[in-house]
Design a protein around this ligand. Structure first.
Ligand SMILES: Cc1cc2nc3c(=O)[nH]c(=O)nc-3n(C[C@H](O)[C@H](O)[C@H](O)COP(=O)(O)O)c2cc1C
Length: 215
């Protein structure tokens, strides 16, 4: 089977890139060929990337969470895929999103985007995977992720579903996601807010003024 794994992050040595290599090492075999691509390399030559997508039977998108979804250029890729004749022909689509926040709800829009896209186009969405803590990992090996004991087997399980071209249930990543106790969440949020306010003050920004309200 032909697989294409696309890195949706602009960071060539970041966590998404590490995962692309991790996935490729496990999927590649005598029976399976893997093409690894960085979306940002192809932004001004999308035709080349589209041909590679056309040749694939399974598409795996791996990217960071940028403000609750994949980076905006992902939409450019999806629109190019939808608007070019013959690129999409029933391939399987898998989406992996990872971000700083250790929660499902802050990243889920990314995989919903791909699910809806597949529904509206000639693709078969076979399930997504959400992983928190990607920012702390910062491109280091997956085994170093906080909560690796649960997360690594879950990611491996997800890759097995991709290899077998079968659907992956959302229960897989929900069970693997670390659960922060309420008081620790409150403490971390307070520290983060304090630091952000300090940075605003240092740069002369009045954060009490709502930038979305125009007088
Ligand atoms: C512009 C920008 C927006 C981000 N937005 C979020 C976000 O909404 N939620 C989150 O959990 N992490 C967010 N992050 C953190 C990244 O998702 C995180 O660092 C990720 O691991 C980066 O992956 P990469 O190394 O593959 O680029 C953001 C980072 C950047 C640069």
């Amino acid at each position: 089977m032909n697989f294409i794994i696309i890195n949706l992050s602009p960071r060539r040595k970041g966590t998404s890139n590490m995962l692309v290599n991790y996935f490729a090492d496990r999927i590649r075999s005598d029976a399976n060929s893997v093409c690894m691509c960085d979306l940002y390399t192809y932004l001004d030559k999308m035709d080349i990337l589209l041909e590679k997508i056309k040749d694939a039977e399974s598409i795996v998108m791996i990217g960071p969470c940028y403000v609750s979804s994949y980076p905006a250029v992902t939409v450019k890729l999806l629109m190019s895929m939808a608007n070019s004749d013959g690129i999409l022909h029933g391939q399987s689509l898998y989406g992996f999103i990872q971000g700083g926040m250790p929660y499902v709800h802050t990243h889920v829009h990314g995989i919903r985007l791909l699910e809806n896209f597949a529904d509206d186009n000639s693709l078969e969405y076979k399930g997504g995977f959400i992983m928190g803590g990607g920012a702390i990992l910062n491109g280091q090996p997956l085994e170093k992720i906080i909560g690796a004991k649960k997360m690594v087997p879950a990611v491996n399980n997800y890759i097995d579903h991709i290899i077998n071209d079968e659907h992956s249930s959302e229960e897989l990543f929900k069970k693997a996601m670390m659960k922060l106790p309420y008081l620790i969440t409150r403490f971390l949020a307070s520290v983060m807010n304090y630091r952000i306010k300090k940075q605003f003050a240092a740069n002369g920004i009045d954060y009490t003024v709502n930038p979305y309200i125009i007088d």
